[in-house]
Design a protein around this ligand. Structure first.
Ligand code: TMP
Length: 206
């Protein structure tokens, strides 16, 4: 028997996580397992509006961090918590680790500060499982080189993404039970199968 589970995907821009989020969601629906797919920032009406403000305006790092936390608080309260209570599987493209890596490390605001403002907004809710789609900053940059329509944060250069990456690596060391590393340079279907295998063990373990 399965239970409600909160699964997040993390990684540098261009790591392929959005593709894997969709593949996992499609798999769960095909198996008749109640699931929802969300993205951050966004996923709820007000959170999507906050996403536009973040992406379309040149704002200070502090404003940026607070807006990500506000979008997350709204998403958690209005969608994630009710879905988990209804025993759904929540598959979320990014969550709090993104704020720690991007705002805490890359923008230099500090991991503890970011954790604190987020704790205020969402309490102690953390994903049950986080897949860290691991590609190097160089590979990330290469994948984004030919992309069009990059947002304000995706357009940051190598030095910024190197700091994001070091944030993710520290988080991986800090939360070894929650964060599962995936070699994101592998083949898409192979990665999907690895993810499914891992999740099925969680779903049917009790
Ligand atoms: P996306 O491209 O995965 O939709 O994410 C949008 C951008 O926002 C991406 O460059 C990462 C960034 N981001 C943060 O900087 N902090 C956060 O807390 C989140 C959720 C995303």
């Amino acid at each position: 028997m399965y239970r409600g589970l909160f699964i997040s995907f993390e990684g540098l821009d261009g790591s392929g996580k959005t593709t894997q989020v969709k593949m996992l969601y499609d798999y769960l629906i095909e198996k008749n397992i109640p699931a929802i797919m969300l993205r951050e920032p966004g996923g709820a009406f007000v959170s999507e509006k906050i996403r536009s403000i973040i992406m379309e305006n040149d704002i200070s790092p502090y404003t940026e961090a607070l807006l990500y936390a506000a979008a997350r608080a709204e998403l958690v309260g209005s969608v994630i918590k009710p879905s988990l209570l209804a025993k759904k599987i929540v598959v979320c493209d990014r969550f709090i680790d993104s704020s720690v890596a991007y705002q805490g490390y890359a923008r230099g605001l500090g991991a503890e500060n970011i954790l604190n403002i987020n704790k205020f907004g969402i309490g102690g809710l953390l994903p049950d499982i986080t897949f860290f789609m691991d590609i190097t900053p160089e590979a990330s940059l290469k994948r984004r080189e030919n992309a069009t329509g990059l947002d304000r944060i995706e357009s940051e250069g190598l030095a910024f993404h190197e700091k994001v990456y070091s944030g993710y690596k520290d988080l991986f060391l800090k939360f070894p039970g929650r964060i599962h590393r995936i070699d994101a340079l592998g083949e898409t279907v192979k990665i999907h199968n690895e993810i499914i295998c891992f999740i099925e063990k969680q779903l049917f373990k009790d």
